[in-house]
Design a protein around this ligand. Structure first.
Ligand code: HEM
Length: 115
Protein backbone atom coordinates (compact mmCIF):
# COMPACT_ATOMS: atom_id res chain seq x y z
CA UNK A 1 0.00 0.00 0.00
CA UNK A 2 1.22 3.46 -0.79
CA UNK A 3 2.14 5.95 1.91
CA UNK A 4 -0.75 8.17 0.80
CA UNK A 5 -3.16 5.20 1.12
CA UNK A 6 -2.07 4.54 4.70
CA UNK A 7 -2.20 8.21 5.54
CA UNK A 8 -5.68 8.65 4.04
CA UNK A 9 -6.89 5.86 6.34
CA UNK A 10 -5.33 7.68 9.26
CA UNK A 11 -7.13 10.83 8.24
CA UNK A 12 -10.35 8.97 9.03
CA UNK A 13 -9.24 9.13 12.65
CA UNK A 14 -7.94 12.64 12.30
CA UNK A 15 -11.00 14.53 11.17
CA UNK A 16 -12.09 16.09 14.42
CA UNK A 17 -10.32 19.04 15.93
CA UNK A 18 -11.82 20.60 19.00
CA UNK A 19 -11.40 24.21 19.86
CA UNK A 20 -11.48 25.02 23.52
CA UNK A 21 -13.37 28.30 23.77
CA UNK A 22 -11.34 29.82 26.58
CA UNK A 23 -7.85 28.57 25.87
CA UNK A 24 -8.22 28.78 22.10
CA UNK A 25 -6.01 25.71 21.80
CA UNK A 26 -6.68 22.91 19.37
CA UNK A 27 -6.88 19.31 20.46
CA UNK A 28 -6.53 16.63 17.78
CA UNK A 29 -8.67 13.66 18.74
CA UNK A 30 -7.70 11.47 15.79
CA UNK A 31 -11.29 10.22 15.58
CA UNK A 32 -14.40 11.08 13.58
CA UNK A 33 -16.50 10.10 16.62
CA UNK A 34 -19.00 8.38 14.28
CA UNK A 35 -20.72 5.05 14.72
CA UNK A 36 -19.38 2.36 12.35
CA UNK A 37 -20.61 -1.15 11.70
CA UNK A 38 -17.57 -3.26 12.53
CA UNK A 39 -19.10 -6.58 11.49
CA UNK A 40 -19.89 -9.84 13.24
CA UNK A 41 -16.36 -10.47 14.52
CA UNK A 42 -16.35 -7.45 16.82
CA UNK A 43 -20.14 -7.50 17.54
CA UNK A 44 -21.22 -7.76 21.18
CA UNK A 45 -24.95 -7.72 20.32
CA UNK A 46 -25.53 -4.94 22.84
CA UNK A 47 -27.81 -2.23 21.51
CA UNK A 48 -26.99 1.08 23.09
CA UNK A 49 -28.64 4.34 22.09
CA UNK A 50 -28.48 4.46 18.29
CA UNK A 51 -25.82 1.75 18.11
CA UNK A 52 -26.77 -1.73 16.98
CA UNK A 53 -24.93 -4.77 18.36
CA UNK A 54 -22.14 -4.49 15.80
CA UNK A 55 -21.76 -0.71 15.72
CA UNK A 56 -19.08 1.13 17.66
CA UNK A 57 -17.99 4.70 17.88
CA UNK A 58 -14.45 5.56 16.91
CA UNK A 59 -12.99 6.77 20.16
CA UNK A 60 -10.24 9.36 20.30
CA UNK A 61 -6.98 7.68 19.41
CA UNK A 62 -5.06 10.55 20.94
CA UNK A 63 -2.51 8.97 23.32
CA UNK A 64 -3.68 5.55 22.19
CA UNK A 65 -0.27 4.03 22.94
CA UNK A 66 -0.76 4.66 26.65
CA UNK A 67 -3.68 2.20 26.81
CA UNK A 68 -3.03 -1.31 28.10
CA UNK A 69 -5.61 -2.82 25.74
CA UNK A 70 -7.67 -1.73 22.77
CA UNK A 71 -11.13 -1.93 21.16
CA UNK A 72 -14.43 -1.76 23.06
CA UNK A 73 -13.92 -5.12 24.77
CA UNK A 74 -10.18 -4.82 25.31
CA UNK A 75 -9.55 -7.87 23.13
CA UNK A 76 -6.51 -6.36 21.43
CA UNK A 77 -3.38 -6.03 23.54
CA UNK A 78 -1.18 -4.53 20.83
CA UNK A 79 -1.75 -1.77 18.30
CA UNK A 80 -1.12 -4.29 15.51
CA UNK A 81 -4.02 -6.43 16.78
CA UNK A 82 -6.26 -3.35 17.06
CA UNK A 83 -5.36 -2.31 13.51
CA UNK A 84 -6.02 -5.72 12.00
CA UNK A 85 -9.06 -6.65 14.15
CA UNK A 86 -11.55 -4.40 12.34
CA UNK A 87 -14.14 -5.93 10.07
CA UNK A 88 -17.29 -4.50 8.48
CA UNK A 89 -16.67 -0.84 7.62
CA UNK A 90 -13.18 -1.12 9.07
CA UNK A 91 -12.27 -4.21 7.01
CA UNK A 92 -10.58 -2.31 4.18
CA UNK A 93 -8.38 -0.44 6.66
CA UNK A 94 -7.44 -3.73 8.35
CA UNK A 95 -6.60 -5.29 4.96
CA UNK A 96 -4.57 -2.22 4.01
CA UNK A 97 -2.66 -2.48 7.28
CA UNK A 98 -1.90 -6.15 6.65
CA UNK A 99 -0.67 -5.30 3.16
CA UNK A 100 1.80 -2.68 4.36
CA UNK A 101 5.48 -3.37 3.86
CA UNK A 102 7.46 -3.70 7.11
CA UNK A 103 8.95 -0.20 6.88
CA UNK A 104 5.51 1.32 6.22
CA UNK A 105 3.95 -0.66 9.09
CA UNK A 106 6.75 0.58 11.34
CA UNK A 107 6.07 4.13 10.17
CA UNK A 108 2.33 3.84 10.92
CA UNK A 109 2.95 2.31 14.36
CA UNK A 110 5.51 5.02 15.11
CA UNK A 111 2.84 7.58 14.25
CA UNK A 112 0.29 5.88 16.55
CA UNK A 113 2.90 5.72 19.28
CA UNK A 114 3.58 9.43 19.19
CA UNK A 115 0.09 10.95 19.01
C1 HEM B 1 -4.92 3.15 9.07
C2 HEM B 1 -6.19 3.22 9.42
C3 HEM B 1 -6.67 2.96 10.81
C4 HEM B 1 -5.95 2.81 11.96
C5 HEM B 1 -4.44 2.86 12.15
C6 HEM B 1 -6.90 2.59 13.01
C7 HEM B 1 -6.54 2.37 14.33
C8 HEM B 1 -7.42 2.07 15.33
C9 HEM B 1 -7.05 1.73 16.69
C10 HEM B 1 -5.62 1.67 17.23
C11 HEM B 1 -8.19 1.51 17.36
C12 HEM B 1 -8.31 1.10 18.84
C13 HEM B 1 -8.50 2.33 19.69
C14 HEM B 1 -8.66 1.95 21.16
O1 HEM B 1 -9.32 0.95 21.51
O2 HEM B 1 -8.13 2.65 22.01
C15 HEM B 1 -9.30 1.68 16.45
C16 HEM B 1 -10.62 1.52 16.78
C17 HEM B 1 -11.66 1.75 15.92
N1 HEM B 1 -11.58 2.10 14.61
FE1 HEM B 1 -9.88 2.41 13.57
N2 HEM B 1 -8.16 2.63 12.51
C18 HEM B 1 -8.09 2.85 11.17
C19 HEM B 1 -9.12 2.96 10.27
C20 HEM B 1 -10.46 2.88 10.61
C21 HEM B 1 -11.57 2.99 9.67
C22 HEM B 1 -11.42 3.20 8.16
C23 HEM B 1 -12.71 2.85 10.40
C24 HEM B 1 -14.16 2.89 10.01
C25 HEM B 1 -14.64 3.07 8.80
C26 HEM B 1 -12.33 2.68 11.78
C27 HEM B 1 -13.20 2.52 12.81
C28 HEM B 1 -12.85 2.22 14.10
C29 HEM B 1 -13.81 1.91 15.16
C30 HEM B 1 -15.34 1.94 15.04
C31 HEM B 1 -13.06 1.61 16.30
C32 HEM B 1 -13.62 1.17 17.66
C33 HEM B 1 -13.86 -0.34 17.58
C34 HEM B 1 -14.16 -0.95 18.94
O3 HEM B 1 -14.22 -0.25 19.94
O4 HEM B 1 -14.32 -2.20 18.99
N3 HEM B 1 -10.96 2.70 11.86
N4 HEM B 1 -8.80 2.04 15.25
Amino acid sequence: MSKSGALSAIRHHAKVRFTHCRLRSRLRLYSDLFLHDMGATLADDIEQGQATGSEFRTIATLRVSERPHFLHNGRATTLQEADTGARGQGAAAARNFEALSQPKEKELLAFLNCI
